[in-house]
Design a protein around this ligand. Structure first.
Ligand SMILES: Cc1cc2nc3c(=O)[nH]c(=O)nc-3n(C[C@H](O)[C@H](O)[C@H](O)COP(=O)(O)O)c2cc1C
Length: 192
């Protein structure tokens, strides 16, 4: 099995989402499993400079900036396609995802590769037989509340790619009761 681990917290040291994701990985990883790791905080690009309505620019019209963008996009899509299990760790930033995670989704959404539309407008996700774990942390925002725009969005994004089996682990509202919040998340991992 190939496990794809994606971290997105903007802090490397002391990050709870990163350490919980590591615990989750250790819990589910079998000796023969391969792990592909991506730290969105190390390298990310924003979709920009497009000349058409979709993520498509004829090669002879691509600037160096476009080429870099498509190279990273191709790599991210390849990593996603290659994996059987995906772990995404993410803190809530201003009620939504970290900007790097949103940028990742923009680069990973490629028509006819990760999703497509049928002629009658039906949306079809093209990544099959994958399972995802989301490790979500927050300070004050309650997971699943109406101010949590990260969890439903990320779940929808993965569903959009065809990944329907999505399990959520959360250490939310850590600013309110840190110990309780961490203990809950660790128990959720332990019970997997
Ligand atoms: C830029 C920024 C924005 C944040 N916005 C929110 C927020 O909207 N709601 C919330 O509950 N916590 C917010 N927080 C707190 C983080 O979600 C919380 O500290 C989280 O645990 C950080 O994860 P980490 O330990 O993996 O870095 C924010 C933190 C940062 C740095």
């Amino acid at each position: 099995m190939k496990i794809y681990q994606i971290d997105s917290s903007a802090r490397k040291e002391g990050s709870i989402s990163r350490s919980l994701a590591k615990k989750l990985l250790n819990k589910i990883k079998k000796p023969d499993d391969e792990v592909i790791y991506r730290d969105l905080d190390d390298e990310m690009l924003f979709v920009s400079g497009l000349t058409e309505s979709g993520m498509k620019i004829p090669e002879d019209k691509q600037t160096d900036g476009h080429k870099k963008m498509f190279q990273l996009s191709d790599k991210l899509v390849e990593e996603l396609k290659d994996s059987d299990v995906i772990i995404i760790s993410a803190p809530i930033y201003n009620f939504g995802p970290p900007a790097t995670l949103k940028a990742w989704s923009d680069l990973a959404a490629r028509v006819n590769t990760t999703f497509k539309y049928t002629p009658d407008g039906k949306r079809i996700g093209l990544l099959k037989d994958k399972k995802a774990y989301l490790v979500i942390t927050s300070g004050g925002t309650k997971i699943g509340s109406e101010e949590d725009f990260l969890t439903p969005w990320l779940k929808l994004m993965l569903n959009f790619f065809g990944i329907m089996d999505v399990k959520i682990i959360s250490a939310d509202q850590m600013a309110i009761d840190y110990e309780k919040s961490i203990a809950k998340a660790e128990k959720e991992i332990e019970d997997l």
